[in-house]
Structure formats: structure tokens, C-alpha cells
Design a protein around this ligand. Structure first.
Ligand code: ZN
Length: 340
């Protein structure tokens, strides 16, 4: 039996030595050491028939051979893995170019939000966001738009079915009240956030959009301060001297109220499709804060004055990048987004 084991060992080692791939290596392992039909395994099973004197000798030899075969297989396996030329399928070619990891970038709206915030910060404004889910009181009533007032029609509103009748804010102006309730003037606040309106969407209307609200409250604040602030902001955003025009308008929470237009940057004021041939682009609403709003905030009558304005960020971004359809901004279309 000892001879049998020795023969088996030399045969196995010779076979292992000639192996050229991993599959054959596994096959040889099964052939000699496999649990069911391995040649050495079978021999070991015969140990029980040996005499008490022979058993330890043969047993220790068999175990030693088993170890040697295992070792030879391990060495061969390492050899096969480390030498690329021997096993083509397992080759690692370090000269191949790597896979490029694609980096994303900020959405044009996010870039616009950050740009606007930076400009207002540089002018000493505090930047806030405020809740998108708002109460009727802050969105309308406290802003001098009582229930049943016809001016509510100016805001197509998404109402929430709840006991309190909350809504999705239609503008960022509720923050005027929320801030004034907590703080006393002087105030210089800029609120940049999402607003929602129940609009039929088209190239220039979306149900979800960003508003930049700005308001300043102190003693002796005037329209001149408002116009200066807006011009400074627009010049910094468009990185050029922007000409603006102020027209009288109506908003329930400002008196007097204005629409502010700026000279079309596309045609320089000559008239083009972007400005509907008028040379002017309507960009924001503004005005002096209504005394009723101060009253709701609990401010002393006639002590303070202030201005407020609301700018559609989406439209500013469209003008800046010459985008002709507002819906593209919320489309998640990577072909569009990758251009910025
Ligand atoms: Zn134009």
C-alpha cells in the first residue's frame, strides 16, 4: 500500500506540473482528492482494513502526500494567475486606458439661485427660503388679500384638502410677514425658493418655478433705493449695464406698485421675437410695502417704510442663456442640461 501511495504521489505531481489552465487544475484536484472518487481518498478509506501496526505508518504517509498535492496545486494556481502570457483570459493589461468617471454639474436653475444669492449677499441681504407648504393667512390674508377679494384671481392656487385649508405657496411674499413678525427693522432680506401655480403650461408658463423675493424695511426707504437695488442686481447678473423702465401697476401688498422691464439684451432694444418686437422684457413686479402689511406684522403705524420685489428666476435664466421654452428647465433632459 505504501508503494501505491508513492506512485500516486509522483503521478499527481507530474500531472500538476504540466497543467496550463485553471480548469485542468480543478480537474486534477478532484481526480486525486475529490471527496467521492478521489484516488487518494479511496486509498485512505482502505486504512481501516490494515493491521494495527501498519495503520499509523500508512496513515501518516497518506496525509503527508495529501498535503504535498494540495501545496503543488496552490503553487501552480499562483503561477497561472501571475503570468499573463500563460492564461490569456485572465490577463490584466495595465496599459489599457481607464474607464472615465463622468462628473455631473449643477443645474442651470441651481447655478442661477447661487448667483442671485451671491449678489444679494454682497449687498448685505440675508438669504432665506421659507416653507413651500403655506397657510392661507401668510400667502394671502396677511398680505392684504382677504378671502373673496377679486385680486386672488391673479394667483391660480393649488389648495390642499385639509381642515386648515393649506396651499402650495404661489409666491415667496409670505416670508415678508413671517420675518417681520419675528424681527424689527432694519431688515434686508432675500428669499429664493420654489412657488407653484395652477397654470396651463406653455413655452413661458410653468406650474413650478423659482421666485426671488427681496424686501428692505427701515426708516425713510424710498423708490430710489428700490430702483438702485434692482439695477445693481441686474447689472451684476448679466455682467453688463442693463437699462430698466418702471411702469405703474397693481399688487395688493404694495402701494405704489410697479412693473419693471429691462431693455432686451437680445436685440439691444431694437425689437426681436424675444421681446415681442417691443425692445423691452417684463421681468419683475415691485413696489413700496403697503401700510396694511406693516399693520399685520404689528409694526408701529407710519414709523417704517420699505420696498419689496418679486423676480421670476426661471425667466432671468432663460434670458441669460437665451432659452426659448421654460419647460426645458424642469424636463430633466440631459441633452439640454449638459449645455450649461
Ligand atoms: Zn429683443
Amino acid at each position: 500500500m505504501i508503494n501505491q501511495i508513492k506512485q500516486l504521489k509522483s503521478k499527481a505531481l507530474e500531472q500538476i506540473n504540466q497543467i496550463k489552465n485553471k480548469a485542468d487544475l480543478d480537474k486534477v484536484w478532484r481526480q486525486y482528492l475529490g471527496r467521492q472518487n478521489g484516488k487518494l481518498t479511496k486509498l485512505l478509506r482502505g486504512l481501516k482494513d490494515l493491521s494495527v501496526k501498519e495503520k499509523p505508518k500508512v496513515g501518516s504517509l497518506a496525509n503527508q502526500v495529501k498535503q504535498e498535492i494540495n501545496q503543488a496545486i496552490d503553487i501552480k494556481r499562483q503561477e497561472l494567475f501571475s503570468s499573463g502570457s500563460k492564461v490569456k483570459s485572465e490577463t490584466l493589461d495595465f496599459t489599457l486606458p481607464g474607464k472615465k468617471v463622468e462628473l455631473g454639474h449643477l443645474h442651470p436653475l441651481t447655478q442661477g439661485k447661487q448667483m442671485a444669492a451671491d449678489i444679494f449677499l454682497s449687498m448685505g441681504f440675508e438669504i432665506l427660503e421659507g416653507p413651500e407648504f403655506e397657510t392661507d393667512y401668510y400667502n394671502f390674508e396677511a398680505l392684504n388679500i382677504p378671502k373673496g377679494h377679486p385680486s386672488r384671481d391673479m394667483w391660480d392656487t393649488f389648495y390642499i384638502k385639509s381642515k386648515k385649508g393649506e396651499l402650495l405657496r404661489t409666491h415667496t411674499s409670505p416670508m415678508q410677514i413671517r420675518v417681520m413678525e419675528k424681527k424689527k427693522p432694519p431688515l434686508k432680506v432675500c428669499v429664493i425658493g420654489k412657488c407653484f401655480r395652477h397654470e396651463a403650461t406653455d413655452a413661458s408658463h410653468e406650474h413650478t418655478f423659482y421666485h426671488i423675493e427681496g424686501f428692505v424695511v427701515d426708516e425713510e426707504i424710498s423708490v430710489a433705493n428700490l430702483i438702485y437695488t434692482l439695477k445693481t442686481f441686474l447689472n451684476a447678473l448679466f455682467k453688463t449695464e442693463v437699462k430698466i423702465r418702471v411702469r405703474p401697476s397693481y399688487f395688493p401688498f404694495t402701494e405704489p406698485s410697479f412693473e419693471v422691464d429691462f431693455a432686451c439684451l437680445n436685440c439691444g432694444g431694437k425689437g426681436c421675437p424675444v421681446c415681442s418686437q417691443t425692445g423691452w422684457v417684463e421681468i419683475l413686479g415691485a413696489g413700496m410695502i403697503h401700510p396694511e402689511v406693516f399693520k399685520q406684522a404689528g409694526y408701529i403705524k407710519e414709523k417704517y417704510t420699505g420696498f419689496a420685489f418679486g423676480i421670476g428666476l426661471d425667466r432671468l435664466i432663460m434670458m441669460k442663456h437665451k432659452i426659448d421654452d421654460i419647460r426645458l428647465l424642469h424636463s430633466s433632459d440631459l441633452r439640454f442640461i449638459r449645455q450649461f
